[in-house]
Design a protein around this ligand. Structure first.
Ligand SMILES: [Zn+2]
Length: 271
């Protein structure tokens, strides 16, 4: 069956010795699919880049018994601007790896696709701090995938705001300082008011405004640490692309990370 859908290429698999060239695409209608790009009629000079990483393209796919084959491809928007900036490229690759893990398969994934396109657009235009875009991409993607933190109020007494709030990245919940003692051993870290406000905005605001908020430099550093630790804790795994992002500059790791692979200085293969 021949079907057309819009898709962002989130991974290129150029395995040496393999006859087929595979890509992984986040599609509007079928979620994450792995497709062979070899047979595409129009993958010639003009459209060659339409099946490269960070290309948003209209794909015409044949559904084979076990895999998809790209029959035709037409570029819609290619994020060239992200390829020339190593920090932005690293973050883009991390978002792509996240989408590959969190977005559904064989199901529509329009929300994931829109979120990814907006994140890449804002990363490219340079009007927002990359750390802010990272926090939104992480939290909104987690929420879409069913890992929604409860940021409404203290899980113990329902207090909306206290003098001090604490967050458990493992449980995805808030506790006020009075209720804190009642839940020992759930890994609480302080949740400053501005970070809580930003996380509430990211999770509960409409899609159109989720990237739009302002924060101090210090606040962004804390926000980035909080969303990343929530993500790693919920998914219980690491990401090569995230390690690479943190390896780019020790300063960047200080600003946010807790997952650093300093020895790795080239982008993770195949990501
Ligand atoms: Zn409480």
């Amino acid at each position: 069956m021949r079907q057309t859908t819009d898709a962002l290429i989130i991974r290129e698999n150029n395995n040496i010795g393999e006859a087929d060239r595979f890509v992984t695409a986040l599609t509007r209608d079928f979620g994450v699919v792995r497709a062979s790009a070899r047979g595409a009629r129009n993958i010639k000079s003009r459209n060659a880049s339409a099946t490269q990483l960070l290309s948003y393209s209209r794909l015409t796919l044949y559904r084979g018994r076990e895999k998809y084959i790209i029959d035709d491809v037409e570029p819609i928007r290619i994020f060239f601007e992200l390829r020339s900036d190593i920090e932005k490229l690293a973050l883009s690759q991390y978002f792509c790896e996240l989408a590959g893990v969190l977005a559904p398969r064989e199901e529509p994934a329009e929300d994931f696709l829109r979120l990814m396109l907006n994140a890449l657009h804002f990363l490219g235009n340079g009007k927002r701090d990359p750390r802010q875009i990272k926090a939104v991409a992480e939290l909104r993607m987690l929420a879409l995938a069913g890992f929604m933190p409860d940021l409404l109020a203290c899980a113990g007494c329902g207090a909306f705001e206290g003098e001090e709030m604490w967050f458990s990245a493992r449980e995805g919940l808030l506790l006020c300082s009075r209720c804190r003692a009642s839940r020992p051993g759930i890994g609480l870290t302080p949740m400053p008011g501005n970070v809580l406000a930003a996380m509430r905005h990211i999770v509960y605001s409409s899609f159109e405004s989720c990237f739009s908020f302002t924060m101090s430099d210090e606040g962004l550093a804390l926000l980035m640490r909080q969303t990343e630790s929530f993500l790693l804790s919920q998914l219980n795994r690491g990401f090569k692309t995230l390690d690479f992002y943190h390896s780019l500059s020790p300063g960047m790791a200080d600003r946010g990370g807790n997952s650093v692979a300093a020895e790795q200085k080239s982008p993770p293969a195949g990501s």
